[in-house]
Structures are given as structure tokens and as C-alpha cells.
Design a protein around this ligand. Structure first.
Ligand SMILES: *[C@@H]1O[C@H](CO)[C@@H](O)[C@H](O)[C@H]1NC(C)=O
Ligand SMILES: *[C@@H]1O[C@H](CO)[C@@H](O)[C@H](O)[C@H]1NC(C)=O
Ligand SMILES: *[C@@H]1O[C@H](CO)[C@@H](O)[C@H](O)[C@H]1NC(C)=O
Ligand SMILES: *[C@@H]1O[C@H](CO)[C@@H](O)[C@H](O)[C@H]1NC(C)=O
Ligand SMILES: *[C@@H]1O[C@H](CO)[C@@H](O)[C@H](O)[C@H]1NC(C)=O
Ligand SMILES: [Zn+2]
Length: 375
């Protein structure tokens, strides 16, 4: 090899690399924080909330949350601990008998797509509370859900127990998620769901000032348990829905399921079939509340995510990303046990398989062009 052929060789490599870069899927513009990791605190976001008007509830430790150690007395109305409800604000049920708000949390993931197929075929609309950092991974799935008319809600950036986060961290979790949803679908949700249903007056006040209504649930499938608890029977999900639809005289329900893992996502169609066959009307939560506008009318100037707002240049986090174990059996929402690392691993594997077709095609096209150009 002489140096000319070395250079030629280098050029060929660069050429193929460029083609691969150009052909691998649509990505969200912007420089977003890391998957399933607490996002950086941004001063512009913090400024949106008057912290002097936020309830002074203590920031709990993750150990206390995991061990079910709750503030006593429950001065700040912690729903996760005591099911305390502020009736003026908290959304737990659909108010009208016969309505059923189906909510599906923790996506978007490739498993969401199959749920969307089912809902589209049956002309049904539901609510998805999405994790901001996963929107970065699968923006096209969120875009499809939105275009189909489903309600998109905020479910934080990295899925922490919010009562373990400082005010600034809570704001950051919510605002980054709002921004990435806006980047993907052009609107900012006006409804949010706190991970694990863990919220108190401090979280209520922050959400209220940011314009987000808090939605939890009155019917919990506990489906997230199935990912780690092998004694959990997926058939219990259908079993539970079958029981629930028989209960007479109750207001409408809001049920909780998850689309993070394929197993539980696959149960969504049969659960919905049980609900509709029993005569309930499946609705997005906003619709069952009589509000068909699920989003903010005016979205104040977003803070553009950029590299100066990177995690490294900002204060360190006192709370590691949580892989918490159950708060209590009544406050389950979502997988608590996948560790952040296993989470990222499975997600990045999913991305790989998702982009594999693109990758394959770019190799083939690259090879053809490469041959044509250089020989
Ligand atoms: C909310 O309403 C329920 C019943 O409607 C009641 O039992 C509960 O005490 C109320 N909660 C608060 C905080 O007022
Ligand atoms: C409902 O789910 C629970 C677990 O969350 C399970 O113990 C119970 O057996 C289920 N009920 C039915 C009828 O399947
Ligand atoms: C948006 O505007 C409509 C009509 O002007 C109003 O009914 C709705 O409540 C507003 N939504 C929000 C989130 O402010
Ligand atoms: C709309 O904009 C005004 C002024 O910028 C702000 O005070 C208000 O909270 C915004 N409304 C919503 C629903 O975000
Ligand atoms: C980047 O973000 C920081 C903090 O949000 C902001 O102050 C700065 O103006 C931004 N820079 C650019 C070039 O957008
Ligand atoms: Zn969740």
C-alpha cells in the first residue's frame, strides 16, 4: 500500500460512514438529556415557578419511599402514602357513570405501535402518559399516537418518585418532558401523571403553577409487576378488568396499564375489549372530564436545549435515578425494578433492531455507490 491508496481507503470509509449517517432514521432536533437519567436543572425553567408559593413539604429520601415510610401526620396530603385527595384539583376517576379513561404509561416504545394498531382498527382513543427521555428515542411513535387523536400527557423525564426530588428537580423533570413533547408533536400537554402516583401538596403546587393537571387512577392492573415477579400472571389483568366492569353504580373509572414492556402492552387490547363489551365508553381522560383540549393554548417561549445545558456543566444530583422498589401495593405505577442500566440496555437494543433495516439498506446502497464511484 502506498500513501495514495491509504488516502483512497480513508475516503471510501468516510463516504460509507456519511451515507449511513444520512440514512438512519428521523431524529428529534436538539441536544436532549440522557435516557432515564435526571435532566439538568435549567434556571429558565426554575424561574417559571414562584417557589415561595410552593408547599414546604419535606423532600423524602428514596429509602423512605421504598420502605413505605410516610410523613406522619400526612400534613401535605400525600396520595401515594394515604390516598389523600385534594378534591378541587386531583383527577382520580372519570366523573360520569359509564365512561372509562384508559391510561397507558411509560412509553413511547416499539410496543406502543401494536396498541396504536388495535386502537386505530377499533376507532378508540385513550391517554398515553409518556416519559420524556423515551420520546427522544421514539418520536415517530409519539407522533403517530398524537395524529391518531390520542391524548398525550407528561410522565416526567426520568421517572423518579417526585416527592424525593427538590423543587428544582421536579420542575426540570416536567419542563424537559414538556419541551421534548413539543419538539415531537408541536403541543404541550396540560395533564400530567406523577410516577408511582407519588405526589403531595408540594408537587401539586408546582404542577398548578406550570399549568399541568394531575391525573392518577382508581383501577390499577399492577401489570408492571410482571416484568420481574414471575409469579405475576398476565391473565390477572383480564381477570381484574372482568371484575371491575361488573361493579355497579360507580362513577367512571381511570385504569392504569403500561406499554414499556411487550408483555403488558400485549394485554391492552383484551382489557379494552372487556371494557367496551360491558358497555363502557372508552375515552381519553381529558374527554371524560369534558375537556377535548388536552394541550396548552399558548406555550411560552421554550428554552432551546443546547450543549451548554449539558448535565456535566450543571449541579450534580443528590438523588440517583431511582430504580425503586414498591412504595406500597396501592401506589404502584410502572416498573420499579429495571435498573437504569438494564433499562438503557434494553432500550438501545430496541433502537438497534428498529434501525436495522435502515442500516442494512445504507450498507447496500453505500456499497453500490462506492463501487460505482471508485472502480
Ligand atoms: C374528597 O372527597 C372525598 C369524598 O368525596 C372525601 O372522603 C375526602 O375526605 C375529600 N378529601 C379532602 C382532602 O377534602
Ligand atoms: C387481580 O389482580 C391481582 C393482582 O394485582 C390478583 O391477585 C387477582 O387474582 C386478580 N383477579 C383476578 C380475578 O384475576
Ligand atoms: C384553551 O382555550 C380554550 C378556549 O378558549 C379553553 O376552553 C381551555 O380551557 C384553554 N385550555 C387551557 C389549557 O388553558
Ligand atoms: C399563557 O400565557 C400567559 C402569559 O404568558 C401565562 O400567564 C399563562 O399561564 C399561559 N397559559 C397557559 C395555559 O400556559
Ligand atoms: C444555551 O442554554 C443556556 C441555558 O439554557 C442559555 O443561557 C444560552 O443562551 C443557550 N445558548 C444558545 C446558543 O442557545
Ligand atoms: Zn410510570
Amino acid at each position: 500500500m502506498n500513501s495514495i491508496s491509504d488516502i483512497k481507503f480513508l475516503f471510501k470509509f468516510l463516504f460509507i460512514y456519511l451515507l449511513i449517517q444520512l440514512s438512519t432514521g428521523a431524529e428529534l432536533p436538539g441536544n436532549w438529556p440522557t435516557l432515564d437519567t435526571p435532566p439538568p436543572i435549567v434556571a429558565e425553567y426554575t424561574k417559571l415557578v414562584d417557589l415561595s408559593k410552593v408547599a414546604n413539604a419535606e423532600v423524602r429520601t428514596i429509602n423512605d419511599v421504598n420502605n413505605g415510610k410516610c410523613p406522619n401526620p400526612d400534613q401535605y396530603c400525600n396520595w401515594g402514602c394515604t390516598k389523600c385527595v385534594r378534591n378541587q384539583t386531583d383527577i382520580i376517576t372519570c366523573p360520569n357513570v359509564g365512561d372509562w379513561g384508559i391510561t397507558i404509561d411509560d412509553g413511547p416504545t416499539p410496543s406502543t405501535a401494536k396498541i396504536l394498531d388495535f386502537l386505530e382498527a377499533n376507532n378508540l382513543k385513550v391517554t398515553f402518559f409518556v416519559v420524556g427521555s423515551r420520546v427522544v428515542e421514539y418520536p415517530e411513535i409519539l407522533q403517530r399516537a398524537y395524529k391518531l387523536g390520542h391524548q398525550i400527557g407528561i410522565h416526567t423525564w426520568s421517572h423518579p418518585s417526585l416527592t424525593t426530588q427538590t423543587n428544582e428537580q421536579v420542575i426540570s423533570e416536567l419542563k424537559w418532558t414538556a419541551e421534548v413533547i413539543k419538539a415531537a408533536i408541536g403541543v404541550v400537554p396540560s395533564y400530567m401523571r406523577p410516577p408511582y402516583g407519588d405526589y403531595d401538596d408540594r408537587i401539586r403546587d408546582i404542577c398548578a403553577q406550570l399549568g399541568y393537571k394531575i391525573v392518577t387512577w382508581d383501577r390499577d392492573t399492577e401489570d408492571w409487576l410482571s416484568n420481574t415477579d414471575k409469579s405475576f400472571k398476565l391473565s390477572w389483568i383480564e381477570g381484574n378488568f372482568t371484575e371491575w366492569v361488573k361493579e355497579p353504580g360507580k362513577p367512571g373509572h381511570i385504569s392504569l396499564e403500561h406499554d414499556l414492556f411487550a408483555d403488558t402492552a400485549a394485554q391492552v387490547p383484551s382489557a379494552i375489549n372487556i371494557v367496551t363489551k360491558a358497555g363502557y365508553k372508552v375515552k381519553p381522560v381529558g374527554t371524560c372530564l369534558g375537556n377535548d383540549n388536552f394541550y396548552m393554548n399558548n406555550t411560552t417561549t421554550p428554552v432551546q436545549p443546547n450543549s451548554t445545558a449539558s448535565t456535566t456543566s450543571l449541579p450534580a444530583y443528590t438523588n440517583a435515578p431511582t430504580s425503586s422498589t414498591p412504595i406500597s401495593s396501592t401506589t404502584s405505577d410502572t416498573p420499579k425494578t429495571p435498573t437504569p442500566s438494564s433499562q438503557s440496555k434494553s432500550t438501545s437494543l430496541a433502537i438497534k433492531s428498529n434501525n436495522f433495516d435502515n442500516f442494512l439498506w445504507s450498507i447496500i446502497i453505500g456499497a453500490i455507490l462506492f463501487t460505482a464511484t471508485f472502480f
